[in-house]
Design a protein around this ligand. Structure first.
Ligand code: G
Ligand code: G
Ligand code: MN
Ligand code: NA
Length: 251
């Protein structure tokens, strides 16, 4: 497949880059972190969306290389922002199930933290419910990552099928409410009920909860009213280039 051949060469050709989307504390608007999101700028195709190339990278195994590159790049960027006077409290990086299956994820993350000098508590790894439920040794790897001092978030929470009993054993710190529940939160009573249930679950399990895909003031106000203190979405900022983040958030 042509796209796959191109994808394999994308890193050496320097075609991949990261965007960063702010995560904010709703009531103060304070920057609490960023999520790193990979972008592929292909010379002929232009910007190829991640929904097209991430699954391809996962199927071909290239995701291991790409995932390591993303992690290292994200950690290096944190160090660069700090050198420029902007302390971003934490950076969230998405992990794919295939990066777990190789069994080397704990060592890889440890190596990257050492090489880049980023303090482990400033890195958050995002995993999905399906990654946790479908990886045989998920608990072992998650414990290993936790022991490194990084934090873990469950991405797209509510869309998968995680057993709450299983979740309870995991050293996870954050639930990310999937943006599909936020989108129509004012029109759809089920979405509203689900969002409230996730916020309550987070509270009772002592986890922080962040809402994804917040696009309006009304959505943010709703979340705050129901006890969700953190949000991410176009209402605050799209994913941006590192310098844009610097200029917008430098104190
Ligand atoms: O970035 P976008 O705005 O389009 O993201 C689309 C999807 O691609 C999301 O599900 C996101 O989690 C995923 N994605 C973006 N960057 C990465 C990455 O670095 N690694 C993995 N595994 N997924 C990513
Ligand atoms: O699956 P994951 O949550 O990692 O994916 C993040 C994806 O959500 C990225 O594609 C990002 O560009 C997108 N995104 C972030 N904020 C918003 C938003 O407010 N609205 C919509 N529609 N998408 C968003
Ligand atoms: Mn994510
Ligand atoms: Na998500």
């Amino acid at each position: 497949l042509r796209l796959e051949t191109w994808l394999r060469r994308s890193l050496e050709k320097d075609e991949m880059f990261l965007n960063y989307q702010p995560q904010v504390e709703i009531d103060t608007g304070r920057l609490i972190g960023v999520e790193a999101l990979v972008r592929w700028n292909h010379p002929e195709l232009g910007l190829v969306p991640p929904v097209r190339f991430i699954p391809l990278a996962e199927d071909s195994g290239f995701i291991s290389q790409l995932g390591e590159w993303v992690l290292a790049q994200a950690c290096r960027q944190m160090v660069r922002w700090e050198a420029a006077g902007l302390v971003v409290p934490k950076i969230a990086v998405n992990l794919s199930v295939r990066q777990f299956e190789r069994g080397t994820i704990v060592r890889t993350v440890g190596d990257i933290l050492r090489e880049t000098g980023l303090a482990p508590h400033r890195l958050q790894l995002e995993v999905t419910e399906s990654l946790i439920m479908n990886t045989g040794d998920a608990l072992q790897y998650i414990n290993g990552l936790h022991a490194l001092g990084v934090s873990l978030a469950i991405d797209d929470f509510g869309t998968g099928y995680s057993s709450l009993a299983y979740l309870k054993q995991m050293p996870v710190q954050t639930l990310k409410i999937d943006r599909s529940f936020i989108k129509d939160i004012h029109e759809d009573a089920n979405d509203e009920a689900i969002a409230i249930a996730i916020i309550q679950l987070g509270k009772s399990m002592n986890l922080s909860v962040i809402a994804e895909g917040v696009e309006t003031d009304e959505q943010a106000a709703f979340l705050l009213r129901h006890g969700c203190k953190q949000a991410q979405g176009y209402f605050y900022s799209r994913p941006v280039m590192p310098d844009d983040l610097l200029h917008r958030w430098l104190p």
